[in-house]
Ligand binder design. Sequence first.
Ligand code: UT7
Length: 343
Amino acid sequence: MPNAYISGTGFYVPPRVVKNDDLRTQYGIDTTHEWILQRTGIEERRFADEGVGSADLAVPAAQMAVKNAGLQMNDLDMIVFATLSSDHCFPGSGVYLQEKLGLCKGDDAKFVGALDVRNQCSGFIYSLGTAASMVKAGAAKHVLVVGAETHSAALDLTTRGRNVASLFGDGAGAVVVSATEEDRGVRSFKLGADGRFADVLSQKVWDIKKRPFIPQNADGVGQIAPEMMWAQMDGKLVFKNAVERMMRALMEVCVAEGITGQDIDMFFFHQANLRINQYIQQHLGIPDEKVCHNIMRYGNTTAATIPILLAEAEQQGRLKRGMKCAMVAFGSGFTWGAAIVDW
Ligand code: UT7
């Protein structure tokens, strides 16, 4: 059975920078830079322009990952696309990305499978586990795994929505998971979920239990109440569960590998809140030099946080061949996941 390693990384963030103060001055939200910075560590985020969607953001990230893997686009055997801000209700963003990457063009068109993963902030770890399992099983040699989000279109950018709107940003990260006979790659991974908390962080704009699924006015025009339109979150409950679940998931993958936290060279935490990650870091005694953060610059990019971190760390020379890496994420669902990867 081959091993499954990360052969290339890439990322892309849209150019428009939105600083904490811009939320107040440009959008009229009753907030301050100090409030957001103190509670979350966020200083700014990126917002895509109207007309740009998650599959668009994924294109340059995917191209960079494939190039860095030393591959051509048509070497890919599969696309796994993790997002909660899918371009449309259906089809998923994976097929749009496939077409945008040119895989459907020309005589050597390659109609690879395109799978969408809807596990919100844990979407990348779920996708990595899926891709690595496919590669190890011999079902694919090179799987493109993308996490991409266009949150800015679906944030309630008013004071009513400030507890959610101030946290999120747009961006995309990608990795290629490839087969190798070398002794490296994705080792143990652990996925988890607790559906008792499904409503604690949710966006119910689409409700298939209703007839029709979006209420209409007398003219047949869909009408959605703000509490259905926008994401709702019990922040304190999410925070508490994030800390507990991420620590436990990390310990579980370490136990499965027969290692301790001290054996890990680099930690890649989901970037939801710097305070969550600092709490875990302190509790587990992880030194600063082993941790990468980018929430200050990008906010929470959900499924994209970890692949963006990986691509940046590799680009900066912090992440090198032979390092033992831990990745861990938690989010809506609740869902969570952790993985140990020998780079
Ligand atoms: O990827 C997983 C997704 N999410 C998370 O992991 C988020 C986890 N939770 C958190 O990070 C924190 O709960 C938040 C940063 C979201 C909020 O911090 P908090 O200390 O739990 O604040 P809170 O929600 O209890 O709100 C405290 C006050 C409220 O005002 P009142 O009711 O006390 O008058 C909020 O309305 O802060 C207010 N508030 C704000 N004020 C200024 C909420 N958002 C803002 C804001 N600016 N952006």
